[in-house]
Design a protein. Structure first.
Length: 174
């Protein structure tokens, strides 16, 4: 049986064993966050940071993403994403704050693997900490295209996109 690309990697919580200094994705703010801020955010429970590591090189970071709780005004959400939401002053959400792939591994589907893992984590945790959708703030138009290609709905006049948990649930196996 042939192994899929996803089988060659495993998702872990960022730890001391991971080489943050070698990670370069080509976006300075994402590189700097991983090197200087990620561990502090984890200690303070401000963000959960997950890294994708190769099975054959477990200290190397192939990519990473962050998740945290978030709230949105219902009026900021497009009608197509709002129709199944409760009518509260704030809509509970999960913020996918950062997602990055090592520059030397870009173009091999790892971004989609990371996104799938992030959506799975967000969906599983929504049952524990209530969350109606996943929210992303696209860093640029290329990132926005990536998220739109994976079903995210752009908010009007914004770089922010959303994907309802109801939609994510439909993507989950079983």
């Amino acid at each position: 049986m042939e192994r899929t690309r996803a089988d060659l990697y495993r998702l872990e919580t960022l730890g001391k064993q991971h080489d943050r200094d070698r990670f370069r994705c080509g976006v300075e703010s994402l590189d700097a966050y991983l090197k200087t801020q990620a561990s502090q955010d984890m200690r303070r429970k401000a963000n959960a940071v997950f890294v994708l590591v190769p099975e054959d090189s477990p200290g190397r970071i192939a990519g990473y993403f962050t998740l945290c709780a978030h709230g949105l005004s219902p009026g900021a959400i497009p009608e197509e994403a709002r129709k199944h939401l409760p009518r509260y002053p704030q809509v509970s959400a999960t913020l996918l704050g950062r997602l990055a792939v090592s520059a030397d591994l870009q173009g091999h589907g790892l971004g989609a693997i990371l996104l799938a893992q992030a959506l799975r984590k967000a969906y599983e945790n929504a049952a524990v900490v209530g969350s109606s959708m996943v929210v992303v703030d696209a860093i640029d138009e290329r990132a926005a295209r990536f998220y739109r290609a994976h079903g995210f709905i752009p908010l009007p006049e914004s770089t922010r996109l959303v994907l309802p948990m109801r939609t994510i649930g439909g993507l989950m196996p079983g």
